[in-house]
Design a protein around this ligand. Structure first.
Ligand SMILES: [Fe+2]
Ligand SMILES: [Fe+2]
Length: 175
């Protein structure tokens, strides 16, 4: 099965984007841990692992179809955040950029008539709907609970009680 050069290039840069997202979540998790936001720290460490699994999934797909994956360089993520809410604002923005990237790759796969790649990309398209909804839900809690110390403490507790990622990530991931 042959993949077009533009799609291979886009998937290769997506490997880097997922690696960056993983490190970005790791930086957020670390900042939260140091600031005493234990709930958010545990959720964000989990997100970091999830993004790494996404990266591996793309590497293995490229190898499986004989396109040969290459691993791009990753730039350093921000280390400091203004407050807990801005961590999740940054997370939403990052997920939106990833969504846009998968949407444009799905369009390329469609144009190429690459049905296998299109099916592969659908998993990520669905995953991104969940990722964005999750960050929106968390951000809404900051508004509902208020921005005083107790509100932020409760928002962190809410994030800490969120179930581990499910949906297509848990149901359809090959490993
Ligand atoms: Fe991802
Ligand atoms: Fe994500």
């Amino acid at each position: 099965m042959r993949m077009s050069a533009p799609l291979k290039k886009a998937l290769t840069s997506q490997i880097g984007m997922e690696a960056y997202a993983s490190n970005y979540y790791l930086a957020m998790a670390s900042w939260c841990e140091l600031a005493g936001y234990e709930g958010s720290a545990s959720m964000l460490y989990r997100q970091a692992d999830e993004e790494r699994a996404h990266m591996n999934k793309i590497v293995r797909y490229l190898n499986m179809i004989g396109a040969g994956a290459t691993i791009p360089a990753v730039k350093q993520p921000p280390a400091a955040f203004k407050d807990l809410e801005s961590v999740f604002k940054a997370a939403l923005k990052s997920e939106q950029a990833v969504t846009a990237s998968f949407n444009s790759m799905a369009a390329v796969a469609q144009k190429d008539g690459d049905h296998a790649a299109f099916a592969f990309l659908q998993w990520f398209v669905t995953e991104q709907v969940e990722e964005e909804a999750l960050m929106e839900t968390i951000l809404q809690k900051f508004d509902l609970l208020g921005h005083d110390k107790i509100g932020i403490y409760e928002a962190d507790r809410f994030v800490g009680r969120l179930p581990p990622p499910g949906g297509p990530a848990a149901a359809a991931a090959p490993g």
